[in-house]
Design a protein around this ligand. Structure first.
Ligand code: MN
Length: 231
């Protein structure tokens, strides 16, 4: 059975780790075993973690530290967990260097971009003009806006759909793309909602939360199934 590494999250109480079970269940439905990786700054542990898994899933959570993409923190940036950023950026680069599949969701999609030198909007409402509301956190499993997938992208091939209705639980987003990345989906306001790294077995980021939709929407589960199949 294939194994998928999942970095576990830090809630406000930093003596605990937690993980939304939707991620684990989506991986399990795809036929793989999720393995929890604690946040670590130890390079040997980081290398061992990537050695131990067939693929890496980067999940949602707090905002990414703007220092990691060379910007000053603005007042509208939210809570950050720099130790998690540092760990996940290394794990993401290690996985890509070994061409192990990477699926990156929401904050994970932002980490994926930053790991390759990209930048983020620290707050969409403050820095990107749009009539859409992207932080709809009180309706986690409800599709609230549309994204258009790019023709020829891995995401289009996986889902088989030119437009997807998606949930939206983010106030930050990809600004400048990291090295080698291609956009695979945009919201109807033009905001980047998906990225991928061509030439890899599987390296896909999505700004929405397919794990919350995957139990009832086949195109959402298909993202996890294609990820595990690539492993
Ligand atoms: Mn959105």
């Amino acid at each position: 059975m294939k194994t998928i590494g999942v970095v576990i999250n830090t809630p406000e109480n930093e003596r605990q780790f937690n993980i939304n079970r939707d991620y684990l269940e989506a991986v399990e439905r795809a036929g793989a075993l999720p393995l929890m990786i604690p946040i670590t700054a130890d390079a040997a542990e980081q290398a061992a973690a990537i050695d131990a898994v067939d693929g890496l899933l980067l999940t949602g959570g707090a905002d990414v530290d703007p220092a990691s993409y060379g910007e000053q923190t603005q007042p509208f940036c939210g809570r950050i967990v720099p130790e998690r950023d540092a760990c996940e950026i290394v794990l993401c680069r290690l996985a890509l260097a070994q061409d192990k599949p990477v699926l990156a969701v929401c904050r994970g999609h932002q980490i994926f971009n930053v790991a390759l030198g990209g930048t983020l909007y620290q707050d969409i409402a403050a820095q990107y003009g749009t009539e859409l509301t992207h932080p709809v956190n009180d309706r986690p499993a409800e599709p609230v806006h549309e994204v258009r997938t790019e023709e020829g992208s891995t995401l289009r091939r996986i889902t088989g759909m030119a437009t997807l209705r998606v949930n939206s639980r983010h106030h930050q987003a990809v600004k400048d793309l990291g090295k080698g990345l291609a956009v695979n989906a945009r919201a109807t306001d033009g905001l980047i909602e998906g990225i991928e790294l061509p030439g890899k077995r599987f390296a896909v980021g999505v700004q929405w939360h397919p794990e919350s939709l995957a139990s009832c929407r086949p195109e959402a589960q298909a993202i996890f199934s294609a990820f595990v199949a690539a492993c």
